[in-house]
Design a binder for this molecule. Structure first.
Ligand code: DAT
Ligand code: MG
Length: 206
């Protein structure tokens, strides 16, 4: 069995419809088992190590801010190597514009690297990631109960359209403001947390 690290990134941890949809898939445990789940805010040093292979890329400072701005949901999944491959297929490609239609990222990801979920890409990386993160967060028990439905609206596709405008330099202010309003509707967050989520969401578009 392979161990894989799983992270609901801020865009999935707080956008409640996205979280419910992704949890519905994960909790089906068709071919895998969720062994742990916990809230945890990673320090920048951990994200620097976790994404070491991306250091120097233009989006790297944003990526560290994205992954450290708020507590995220971190878990461990066990699966056969084939099942892990199927999970990654269900997840979809990294960048939202390239993500396979019907995949989780195409369904719930907003734009670019705002792609909802981290899942180790193979048994080897999973083992290393689990060992690294286990020094910071417990990966042995499920301590968070998530809902697979919510009253909160899902504005993913509207957000993607607005994000495309902002990234293209079109109606930047109006589109950014509408993104703030729609993200706020999707979440149940205090103002200061919402501002962090706005910052990392809009930060992905510049
Ligand atoms: P994945 O998350 O699909 O395993 P990865 O390991 O190559 O992708 O990259 C890790 C994260 O870095 C990815 O989830 C989002 C961000 N990222 C990677 N390439 C990117 C790009 N070209 N633009 C923006 N963000 C990117
Ligand atoms: Mg990866």
């Amino acid at each position: 069995m392979a161990n894989a690290l799983l992270i609901f990134k801020p865009d999935a941890a707080y956008r409640l419809a996205a979280r419910a949809g992704i949890w519905g898939w994960l909790a089906s445990e068709r071919d895998w088992k969720v062994e742990s789940l916990a809230w945890f805010q990673p320090p920048p040093s951990l994200i620097n190590d976790h994404y070491d292979f991306l250091q120097g890329r233009p989006f790297f400072p944003w990526l560290v801010d994205f992954m450290t701005a708020l507590p995220v949901l971190v878990g461990r999944v066990t699966a056969s190597e084939d099942a892990l491959k199927r999970m990654r297929h269900d997840l979809g490609e990294t960048r939202i514009a390239q993500s396979r239609p019907g995949s989780l990222r195409e369904r719930y990801g907003i734009f670019g690297g705002l792609n909802c979920l981290h899942l180790s890409d193979a048994a080897g990386t999973g083992e290393a990631e689990v060992a690294r993160w286990a020094k910071f967060v417990q990966l042995d028990r499920v301590e968070v109960e998530l809902e697979d439905r919510t009253q909160q609206p899902d504005h993913t596709y509207h957000l993607r359209s607005l994000a495309t405008q902002v990234a293209g330099g079109i109606h930047v202010e109006a589109a950014s403001q509408m993104i703030r309003e729609l993200v706020a509707e999707e979440c149940e967050l205090e103002r200061s947390e919402l501002e962090s989520l706005w910052r990392v969401t809009l930060g992905a578009l510049s």
